[in-house]
Design a binder for this molecule. Structure first.
Ligand code: COA
Length: 275
């Protein structure tokens, strides 16, 4: 079956790596209601798509995403409460609920501008690889609005509170290198090597057992809101569930490779998953 096509986003495949590209370059990939509906549909589909084992989220042209479309998302729905509510629900659904719970690893490849509402999907993905010269900004203060949706929550969840407040209150832009310092991104590379480095990282993820990767990311995210006692209980149950879910894990293949076969050392390379 051929891939779905959309008006506002583009899907590209490279083996098991699927790239979803926001595709409104002439509007710097600002998020219109139509883009939200497309993303909601695509992520729902790709979550179940067996050919997708790593998801990359990027933007066409100069921008990763210039935030909500001030004209189509805000101004043009101001007198249309039904459309405002529908696009608001869709916006939250894909940017947070679908993306932060996506069953395969997700990587943001931040190729350029990242503003306002784009911080929600930036924080929802598992990993962020950015161009050094990408420009980030919480520009809401300039429009007389606060970082809404859940952006303010995303900021304080991901950054130290002093940094979150500083950038939200001033709207001062910062670059990709600073995004790494702030804990918003994992790595920054010159723009020319961004794609190559992101694909290298995706290949690294593909070598790992997909079940343990999924359970690990779910666990690391879930325990943040728990007490130590709750976390201990939850992680024990989660590990049991993982072993029931995946035969390779139940068979302790990685441990056998280390202890019996002597073919693997965790300090020298990735676990050799057969999955
Ligand atoms: N909403 C609506 N339209 C937007 C937009 C947004 N968030 N961001 C960019 N655009 C539109 C511009 O209005 C312009 O449209 P036009 O060609 O019809 O005039 C087009 O995209 C290109 O933008 P432009 O500003 O000319 O591009 P640039 O490369 O010089 O600057 C940005 C890029 C991202 C720095 C600049 O567009 C910007 O500051 N955008 C606002 C970002 C923002 O504050 N987002 C948060 C919203 S809460």
């Amino acid at each position: 079956m051929s891939d779905k096509t959309y008006e506002n986003i583009k899907i590209e495949r490279d083996g098991a790596v699927t790239t979803v590209m926001l595709n409104r370059p002439e509007k710097r990939n600002a998020m219109s209601p139509g883009l939200h509906y497309d993303m909601e549909d695509a992520l729902t589909w790709l979550a179940r798509d067996e050919a997708t084992r790593v998801l990359i989220l990027t933007g066409a042209g100069e921008a990763w995403c210039a935030g909500q479309d001030l004209k189509l998302y805000f101004r043009e729905t101001a007198n249309n409460p039904d459309e405002r509510a529908r696009s608001n629900t869709s916006s939250h659904h894909w940017r947070w609920e679908l993306l932060s719970r996506f069953p395969k690893p997700t990587v943001a490849m931040v190729n350029g501008y990242c503003f306002g509402g784009a911080f929600t999907q930036l924080c929802a993905v598992d990993f962020v690889i950015t161009a050094e010269d990408a420009i980030y900004g919480l520009s809401e203060v300039n429009w007389g609005i606060i970082p809404g949706g859940i952006v303010s929550w995303n900021l304080t969840d991901m950054m130290l509170p002093r940094h979150a407040l500083y950038y939200a209150a001033t709207g001062e832009p910062f670059d990709g290198k600073r995004a790494v310092e702030l804990g918003l991104a994992n790595f920054a590379y010159p723009k020319e090597s961004l794609h190559e480095e992101t694909m290298k990282f995706a290949q690294k993820l593909l070598k790992l057992n997909p079940s343990v990767l999924r359970y690990t990311k779910d666990a690391v995210k879930a325990v943040r809101g728990m007490t130590a006692e709750q976390a201990r209980d939850y992680l024990g149950a989660k590990q049991d569930a993982l072993a029931r879910h995946d035969k390779e894990i139940a068979d302790k293949v990685g441990m056998k490779q280390f202890l019996d076969d002597k073919t693997y050392r965790p300090g020298l390379g990735p676990y050799q998953s057969k999955t």
